[in-house]
Design a protein around this ligand. Structure first.
Ligand code: ZN
Length: 242
């Protein structure tokens, strides 16, 4: 089984389409989605429809929960709050029902999935060694997948020691090592200076995971953000990968 792990699509239809074309070209058997399908971006309804159709499992992220009303928009600041408010206004019943059906954590094929982390599946960021250590202590799953930070990450736990860190494009991880926390990065709002959509391909038989990057037409999503009157900073950052 080969699994494409996507996260933080953030209503970026052009990034999602390009990523799924790359996923299909690889012949992946399943797509898993770690949440934040909406928020920030201009195409929430279309992205919900595609993810609902394509993903074998999909989590709820903090932005999804803000749109359904499970979280207050007051918990978000600036551009995130403005985009969440706009998304609440335009979300259609089918997409809303899809988002309402999701949970921020899940499990599939022996792998544990969290939008944030095992410590707090909605809000916690695994971005430090301390956070990774706490997450490894909170579960005994050999493989843990997280999203939320938009930064691709591969952290290992072997003989009581942490290893790894930020994952670069093309980096390959040997999953036969004892334990891993992997973050695929973000499809729809990549951070860390690379504007290409980020995702992860897991090959179960080969016990290997590869960090992938897929270019897409950033300017098309930027135009949609501006057409809808969303904050311009949300368009600008896509070209920078920040
Ligand atoms: Zn996100």
């Amino acid at each position: 089984m080969r699994i494409a792990v996507l996260s933080d699509v953030h209503a970026n239809y052009h990034a999602l389409e390009a990523t799924l074309a790359a996923v299909d070209a690889e012949g992946a058997d399943e797509v898993w989605c770690l949440g934040d399908t909406v928020g920030y971006g201009p195409r929430p309804n279309r992205c919900c429809a595609i993810v609902r159709e394509r993903a074998a499992i999909c989590l709820a992220g903090n932005h999804d929960l803000a749109v359904t009303g499970a979280l207050s928009i007051e918990e978000f600041n600036g551009e995130a709050a403005a985009a969440a408010q706009w998304t609440r206004e335009v979300i259609e019943p089918e997409a809303r029902a899809f988002l309402e059906s999701l949970a921020p954590s899940g499990a599939r094929r022996g792998v544990e999935l969290f939008h944030g982390s095992p410590i707090d599946p909605v809000w916690d960021y695994v971005l430090s060694e301390q956070a990774a250590y706490a997450s490894f202590q909170a579960t005994d799953a050999p493989l843990v997948l997280v999203g939320h930070s938009h930064v691709p990450l591969a952290i290992s736990w072997r003989d009581g020691e942490l290893g790894g860190g930020i994952a670069t494009a093309g980096e390959e991880v040997d999953l036969s090592a004892p334990r891993w926390i992997l973050n695929p990065g973000s499809v729809g709002q990549p951070r860390g200076g690379d504007p290409r959509a980020a995702w992860l391909l897991i090959d179960e038989e080969a016990a290997r995971a590869t960090f992938r990057r897929t270019p897409y037409a950033v300017e098309l999503t930027q135009a949609e953000i501006r057409e809808r009157g969303l904050p311009d900073g949300l368009a600008a950052r896509l070209a920078l990968g920040q």
